[in-house]
Design a protein around this ligand. Structure first.
Ligand code: TMP
Length: 201
């Protein structure tokens, strides 16, 4: 990420944005589309499950531990059998709800440079959507969720949004196609924009 040229994986697409920005809804709408594999981080694997417990506040983990778990979960997500890399190499389009930038944003707020060091060798996606939304609107959208996760409060989400805005241009400089989505738009309008970009790959 910092000045070093990192490999770009063709047909790898990533959704990024603050909580409540609608990335999961859009991923759901893509599921089942031919030759598209939808996936997400944290994964459903063993490390992802530990992370989900911590996100729900069921176990208390140090931010540095979270940063390391996210990076370990990502390693499996990418390089395990039938993972992101293998699928992209055989011509599938892989769309992931969250990836490296989530760690640089969220864990970057909480533990400085550590996530940059842990994530510097992961390859970059070809296309990145940044779902941008006013944090108050996003937090309001999450009010009816049964469980409030540890990062889902206004002050933190405001920092998250600012950091995404700072870091996405850096990915663009590294050769990633970055599309900023106005995530306050209706679901169908966002879905059309996403589909158009993915179809053009
Ligand atoms: P989500 O499934 O609703 O997107 O929730 C995942 C949460 O985990 C969200 O608050 C963002 C956070 N997260 C990180 O803090 N670092 C990461 O590397 C990833 C992938 C997610």
């Amino acid at each position: 990420m910092q000045g070093v040229q990192v490999e770009i994986v063709k047909k790898f697409v990533v959704f990024e944005g603050g909580d409540g920005s609608g990335t999961s809804t859009q991923l759901e709408l893509l599921r089942g589309k031919s030759r598209v594999w939808t996936t997400y981080e944290p994964t459903d694997g063993p490390i992802g499950r530990i992370i989900r417990d911590a996100l729900r506040g069921e176990t208390a983990l140090r931010p540095e531990t979270m940063a390391r778990l996210f990076a370990a979960d990502r390693t499996e997500h990418l390089f395990a059998k039938n993972g992101v890399i293998e699928r992209c190499n055989r011509g599938e389009t892989v769309v992931s709800d969250r990836y490296v930038l989530s760690s640089l944003v969220y864990q970057g707020i909480l533990c400085g440079d550590l996530p940059f060091n842990l994530n510097k060798d992961f390859p970059l996606p070809e296309l990145l959507f940044f779902f941008d939304i006013d944090s108050q609107t996003a937090v309001r959208r999450m009010e009816n969720r049964p469980v409030r996760e540890i990062y889902e409060y206004l002050e933190f989400q405001e920092l998250v949004r600012e950091r995404y805005k700072t870091l996405t241009p850096r990915w663009q400089q590294q050769g990633v196609r970055v599309v900023v989505i106005d995530a306050s738009k209706p679901i169908e309008a966002v879905a059309r924009e996403v589909a158009r970009e993915i179809d053009s790959l």
